[in-house]
Design a binder for this molecule. Structure first.
Ligand code: TXA
Ligand code: MG
Length: 359
C-alpha cells in the first residue's frame, strides 16, 4: 500500500459541499478508502461490493479478517443487494424507529456482499447513518459502503478528523473533515436470534429505546454472560478494545466513598482520574482529576470519553488512568462497556482491588 498522506477535504457538517463529496465518491468508486464522519464516530469507507477495496480496509486498520464490517446504506434505498429476503417484522419496526441513525442490524447476507465484508459469515451488519456528510456520500456513490471505525485495530474510535489523521493519515486516500461527530460513541449492534433481540454491542441507541420500539414483539436481551463469551459472536466484544496506550483501570463509583480509598490511590506514578461532576473530596491531591461531563450528563460523557483517552495518550503525562464507571442504565451501559474494555476488563471496586490491580 502506498504510504501517501491522505487528502483532507473540509466539509460543512450540516451542508456538505457537493463537489467535495463528489470527489470523495469518485475515490471510493475507484476502490480506494475514504474516511468520513458519521453521527457516531468516523468510518473508514470502502465500496462494499469490491473485495479488493475491502481487503485494503483490513490492511489499513491492521484488523483481523475474522472481524466483520458494517455496511452503510442510504435510508431511501431498499436493502436488496445487501440483505437476503424480506425484513422481519422486528427489523421493519427497528428501521422505522431508528433509521437513519446509530442502530446496526445484523441480518442474512445477500449474495452481492462479498464474504470478506462479513468475515466469511452468512450474516451482514447494516445501518443507515444520519450524518449529512455520510448521507451525501452514500447518495453520490449510489452503492453500499462498508466502514469500520477509522482507527487502528483495538485502539480508541475516532471522533474527529484529527484522530483519523493520527491513526490512518497515510493509509486512506481521502479524509472528509466534518469536525467532531455528534454522539462520540459507536452504534448499537443488534441481531434477532432464538426469538429474542440480542444487543451485541451497546451504543448510542439504548436498550430501553429498543424495548419501547419492539418490546411487544420480542424480548430485548443482553446475551453477555461475561466479556469473553461474546467475542466469537461479535469480535468488537473482545475484552481489550477501544483501549488507550496508558495503563487503565475502571473504577466503581462506590470506591471513593470508602474511607481507605485514598490509600489505594497513593501511588508514585502520575495518576489521572476521569470522573463526572466535581472533584471527589477523597481523591488525594497528587491525583489529577478531569470531569468527562456533569454528573447527570451521560450524553456529554459519551461525547468526551474517546477524545479524552486520545488526548491523555498524546500528552504522555499520565502513567495510570482511572476511569469512573457510570453505573447507569440507558447510555450508561454503552459508556461503561467502553470503559471496561479500555481497562482490558480490570475493574476496582475497593481500595484493595486497586492495590492488587496496580503495578
Ligand atoms: O457507529 C458505528 O457502528 C461505526 C460507524 C463508522 O458506523 N462503525 C463501527 O464499526 O463501529 P466497527 O467495525 O468498528 O464495529 C463493528 C462492530 C464490531 O463489533 C463487529 O464485530 C460487529 O459490529 N459486527 C459486524 N458485522 C457483524 C455480524 N455480521 N454479526 C455480528 N456482529 C457484527
Ligand atoms: Mg471499531
Amino acid at each position: 500500500m502506498p504510504l501517501v498522506p491522505a487528502v483532507r477535504i473540509p466539509v460543512d457538517p450540516d451542508d456538505p459541499d457537493r463537489d467535495a463529496v463528489a470527489r470523495a465518491a469518485a475515490v471510493l468508486l475507484e476502490g480506494q478508502l475514504v474516511a468520513f464522519p458519521t453521527e457516531t464516530v468516523y468510518g473508514l469507507g470502502a465500496l462494499a461490493t469490491d473485495p479488493a477495496a475491502i481487503a485494503r480496509v483490513f490492511a489499513a486498520k491492521g484488523r483481523p479478517a475474522s472481524d466483520p464490517l458494517i455496511v452503510h446504506v442510504h435510508p431511501s434505498w431498499t436493502l436488496d443487494g445487501v440483505v437476503a429476503g424480506e425484513p422481519s417484522p422486528v427489523a421493519h419496526r427497528l428501521q422505522a424507529a431508528f433509521w437513519p441513525g446509530p442502530l446496526t442490524i445484523v441480518a442474512a447476507r445477500a449474495a452481492a456482499i462479498p464474504r470478506a465484508v462479513t468475515a466469511g459469515g452468512e450474516s451482514v451488519a447494516v445501518r443507515a447513518p444520519a450524518h449529512p456528510v455520510a448521507l451525501a456520500l452514500l447518495e453520490a456513490v449510489g452503492a453500499p459502503v462498508a466502514a469500520p471505525s477509522a482507527n487502528r485495530f483495538s485502539y480508541v474510535s475516532p471522533t474527529s478528523a484529527d484522530h483519523v489523521a493520527a491513526d490512518l493519515g497515510d493509509r486512506c486516500a481521502v479524509i472528509l473533515d466534518g469536525g467532531r461527530t455528534t454522539w462520540g460513541i459507536e452504534s448499537t449492534v443488534v441481531r434477532e436470534h432464538d426469538g429474542r433481540l440480542e444487543v451485541l454491542r451497546h451504543g448510542a441507541v439504548t436498550a430501553e429505546a429498543l424495548t419501547a420500539a419492539v418490546g411487544d414483539l420480542v424480548a430485548v436481551v443482553d446475551p453477555r454472560s461475561d466479556l469473553d463469551a461474546g467475542a466469537s459472536v461479535s469480535p468488537g466484544r473482545s475484552v481489550r478494545h477501544y483501549a488507550p496506550e496508558i495503563e487503565t483501570i475502571a473504577v466503581d463509583p462506590s470506591l471513593l466513598a470508602a474511607s481507605d480509598a485514598a490509600a489505594g490511590l497513593a501511588d508514585d506514578r502520575r495518576v489521572t482520574y476521569l470522573g463526572r461532576g466535581g472533584r471527589p473530596s477523597l481523591l488525594p491531591p497528587s491525583v489529577r482529576f478531569e470531569a468527562l461531563g456533569d454528573a447527570d450528563d451521560l450524553v456529554g460523557v459519551a461525547w468526551s470519553l474517546y477524545d479524552a483517552l486520545r488526548r491523555l495518550d498524546a500528552e504522555g503525562a499520565t502513567d495510570l488512568l482511572l476511569i469512573e464507571l457510570t453505573g447507569a442504565s440507558g447510555l450508561g451501559r454503552a459508556i461503561d462497556d467502553r470503559i471496561r474494555r479500555a481497562a482490558s476488563g480490570r475493574v476496582a471496586a475497593t481500595a484493595l482491588d486497586l492495590r492488587q490491580l496496580g503495578p
